[in-house]
Design a protein around this ligand. Sequence first.
Ligand code: HEM
Length: 431
Amino acid sequence: MNITSLSTDQAPPISVPLRFFAVAPLFLLLAALMLALSDGNLFAAAQTPALLAATHCITLGFMAMVMMGATQQILPVVIGSPVPASRWVAWFTSVPLGAGTLSLCGGFMLGNAHLLNLAWPLLGTAFLVFIVASMLSLWRASARNVTKTAILLSICALAVAVSLGILLVRGFVTGAVLDYAALSAAHISLALGGWVMLLIVGVSYQVVPMFQITPAYPKWLTAVLAPALFAILLLNLALLLIGAEQLWIASAGISFWLLAAGFALVTLKLQRQRRRKVTDATLSFFRLGMLSLLLAALFYLASLLLPAVALQFRLMSAIAFIAGFAMSLIQGMLYKIIPFLVWFHLFRGGINAVKAGIPNMKEVIPDRLMWWHLWLHGGTLLVALLGPWLSAAAWLTALGLLLQGMLLSYAVFTGIVVYRRTLRRIELLAV
Ligand code: HEM
């Protein structure tokens, strides 16, 4: 692994990213609970209360929690520009995000206006602090690179997606007359296609060659992909807001998915060309993620070609994107980042760290635990994809999420324990 391109001296304290990573898996447990509490066929329609609640436990409680923690690590280390007041920013994003997600999901599940009214200011605070701090960091960064552009665009998409989400919640509570279908479609496309996709694209440009020892992404791809995806999302937003014909909206959708599938294919090709041919669990998580992105694109196209079962295929596309693409990559990255952070922060202890015997990256989280998680995750994804056709799949999906949340919590906890134990040994040697 070549880390010479990283500005490791700018890294925030390990507690900054770790607090996000420690809390995030708990939301998988909560998502499982929401699915288990649903009555009847959960996937009979999009936007049932339990589906909305479980979706936001995963997208906000799990995905956004990890992505916000990781961004606060990536901006200083990869872009070379620290996040201002990093400890404060970490507190004022992680706490309101956790509390806001709990109230939003509780509000959806119970149809409770008070909880929804509590949720939006909390979530608004978390995202406002995060967006302002990240923008300041990006603005101060002298480096001009493709990852910086992709992260910048992903944060712009997040700002609009969150504003639309808040508008929708306020609308639910006040009963305002809004075009809910259009706003909801715009919210979903900017949150998933914008913030999640663009952040993963930008981070992949760095981590795929560095961690998986592959050739770099082709220059033509990194120059155009993120701006093109962002431009399509803006066009899609405009088409939705002016109430354009379905044909135009579908054309924007097809363009988006073709680019996304192209990104997945190039990444899979680079991974086949990697120099070290050994397979590890984190690489397999990444590959599962890319295959799922291809599937999500196929399901979207199927929803256009088969109008009678369009809803089922739309849901399958969303499941393949969220659970298959985003969750696989996020979990694979966590299993790479946590051992790296533990090793790196201990290594900074200097000569005493060497004497105390710091663990190498492979010793922080046991390999077999990551493989179990990969198989469990693959199984959960398969049953979740059956959900729109088979109501019993919701129960199995809940069970899969529960076990994954437990396994990931245990893995993060193991990383923290290894860090603390070794740190204590280093401190004892120093006295
Ligand atoms: C402040 C933050 C957010 C708020 C207040 C919020 C609110 C909402 C609301 C009210 C809906 C229902 C739309 C409708 O039925 O008309 C919705 C749907 C959805 N949101 Fe969010 N959202 C937020 C953030 C996010 C983020 C960050 C993501 C993804 C990364 C996301 C993904 C989704 C998805 C996938 C749906 C569709 C769920 C379904 O069909 O069951 N949301 N959101």
